[in-house]
Design a binder for this molecule. Structure first.
Ligand code: PXL
Length: 276
């Protein structure tokens, strides 16, 4: 069985980061090892008064113990990281645990719809742009991509502009760049650029006019698992995009109650079918 270590927070309510990553990676038939970077009462996207308990101090003792166990990972998947100090620790973690066959998948979670999430600023984005040098694959949305490049976010991008962004992002160090959440009239999709092959790929589905938190984490969890299982980039972005669309469609009828994330649980059977 393949094994992924995933490093991100646990938001106890709100279905994002680890509460999404762990069940999805497991459903894909990949062993999931979490390193929780912080415990929050909820995610930060829409709840008032959420609590945060930082776990930075726990990360190094966990990795020190793992070093004594000679742990190895087929994938290292990082999501929401809360401080420059955590970026540094994750960078050291990659240096220690990345082996020749380890896929390093960094989702540079920082914002969406042109805005950074609460607690992030441009200086954090600059440091994230350094961490992604260590990635094989990065999966920013357009907001995160523009912050990584230190550019103003725009409401609309042409395909040429997105391709140009991907080239410049890959010049920051990652071999493969995936850009999520690209809108095109009545479609929503994903672009990928594989620098080794100099290949651009895209995959679009129908656009649903509702947005939900956590869909980036759902995408990254499926995509990283698929890549670790040996699917190629084109297949991985198709499986992950289809799954996100299915999760959104399952949530839309109950969107008033379930605004905080998607009902991914109901869609797990079809994910399992595609993964095995
Ligand atoms: O889904 C990304 C995410 C992860 N973790 C926390 C968040 C968010 C997005 O808002 O607040 C704590």
């Amino acid at each position: 069985m393949k094994r992924i270590v995933t490093i991100q927070d646990i938001s106890c309510f709100g279905k994002c980061s680890l509460t999404v990553a762990l069940p999805i990676i497991s459903a894909c038939g990949v062993e999931a090892c979490p390193i929780p970077t912080a415990v929050l009462s909820t995610h930060t996207g829409g709840f008032k008064g959420f609590t945060i308990h930082d776990l930075t101090k726990e990360i190094t003792p966990i990795t020190e113990h793992w070093k004594t166990l000679n742990m190895n990972f087929d994938g290292i998947y990082t999501g929401y990281l809360g401080s420059p100090e955590q970026l540094k620790i994750v960078s050291d973690f990659i240096d220690t645990f990345k082996k020749d066959n380890t896929i390093v998948f960094i989702d540079p979670v920082m914002g969406d719809h042109g805005k950074l999430y609460a607690g992030f600023d441009e200086s954090f984005a600059k440091k994230m742009a350094v961490l992604i040098k260590k990635a094989d694959i990065i999966a920013p949305n357009l907001t995160e991509a523009s912050y990584l490049l230190g550019e103003e976010y725009k409401d609309n991008y042409t395909d040429e502009e997105i391709r140009d962004m991907m080239l410049r992002l890959s010049a920051l160090g990652a071999e493969t760049v995936i850009i999520t959440g690209v809108r095109r009239q009545d479609k929503l999709g994903v672009f990928a650029y594989e620098s080794k092959e100099n290949r651009f790929t895209e995959y679009f589905r129908e656009r649903i006019n509702d947005t939900f938190h956590g869909t980036g984490d759902v995408f990254a969890s499926v995509c990283s698992s698929a890549l670790v299982k040996g699917f190629n980039v084109k297949e991985a972005i198709e499986i992950a995009t289809d799954f996100v669309v299915e999760c959104i469609l399952a949530t839309v009828p109950d969107k008033e109650n379930h605004w905080y994330s998607v009902k991914f649980e109901e869609c797990i059977p079809s994910l399992v079918k595609r993964m095995f």
